[in-house]
Design a protein around this ligand. Structure first.
Ligand SMILES: C[C@@H](CNC(=O)c1ccc(S(N)(=O)=O)cc1)Cn1ccc2ccccc21
Ligand SMILES: [Zn+2]
Length: 260
């Protein structure tokens, strides 16, 4: 299946500078080839403890909609998996396509999903803030969850209902209690590899944890994502779709799996 037209550079000013980091050796996203991934028996189960009251607000940042969390304490944290210590949840956001045939950033054996959720965490042991952590070698952990077309997702609907309030770039709406654990598939299996942010500054500071099993969302929920705009109020409207980065070379990396 043809990948979406790579309209990446014209998508958004922030990305017009889209050049893979000069000399980048661990860029994201990648195509995860199941047969090349290596089962690592030392990988522990991922432990997730999110406190729903740390949820602050939703906003449209001009390339996705993002839910921000209070990361001033170790209240919403992940640990275990490939991680040496705990990481704090800072925000989550999504990437999606104009149609169901594409939209995810990562692929599995060249299979594309209509959307992908990213839960962004930072290392409070080696950094004093998120902004500092994005420049650290293993400063960030992003959990990627694929979305596939299927049953209505009740947990996601609470998010979807708030989207009309953040239709335009730089709009924000309070979102007080939400537990992002409801967006996690029950299957514990994941792949993990060393990568980067998929938007500028594209820093190579991310330990990626990609869940093997997608969550199901229905057509109406995907279409609500596609009603968002890249543009601010008063500007000529540009629908917020195809906000994913093209695949990057694997280079000298091995993807490890937590499952046989
Ligand atoms: C980190 C940026 C903001 N970007 C992110 O926080 C971020 C988080 C996760 C992903 S993803 N899709 O990989 O999960 C992508 C971006 C701010 N920022 C701080 C310094 C800075 C310099 C230039 C541009 C932006 C800058
Ligand atoms: Zn992302």
């Amino acid at each position: 299946l043809q990948r979406a037209p790579c309209r990446y550079a014209d998508l958004h000013p922030l990305w017009q500078s889209e050049l893979s980091v000069s000399g980048g050796t661990r860029q994201s996203p990648i195509n995860i080839q199941w047969r090349d991934s290596v089962y690592d028996p030392h990988l522990k189960p991922l432990k997730i403890h999110y406190d729903p009251t740390t949820c602050l607000y939703i906003w449209n940042n001009g390339y996705s909609f993002q839910v921000e969390f209070d990361d001033s304490a170790d209240k919403s944290v992940i640990m275990g998996g490939p991680l040496e210590n705990h990481y704090r949840l800072k925000q989550f956001h999504f990437h999606w396509g104009a149609i169901n045939e594409w939209g995810s950033e990562h692929m599995v054996d060249s299979k594309v999903y209509p959307a992908e959720l990213h839960l962004v965490h930072w290392n409070p042991v080696t950094s004093t803030s998120f902004e500092e952590a994005i420049m650290e070698n293993n400063g960030l952990v992003v959990i990627g969850v694929f979305l596939k077309l299927g049953a209505h997702h009740a947990g996601l609907q609470k998010l979807v209902d708030a989207l009309p309030a953040v239709k335009h770039k730089d709009t924000i709406v309070e979102f007080d209690v939400f537990d992002p654990s409801c967006l996690m598939p029950s299957c514990p299996d994941y792949w993990t590899y060393d990568g980067s942010l998929t938007t500028p500054p594209l820093t190579e500071s991310v330990t990626w944890i990609i869940k093997k099993t997608p969550i199901e969302v229905d057509q109406n929920q995907l279409e609500e994502f596609r009603m968002l705009l890249f543009t601010s109020a008063g500007e000529e409207e540009k629908r917020m779709v195809d906000n994913f980065r093209p695949l990057q070379p694997l280079m000298n990396r091995t993807v490890r799996s937590s499952f046989r």
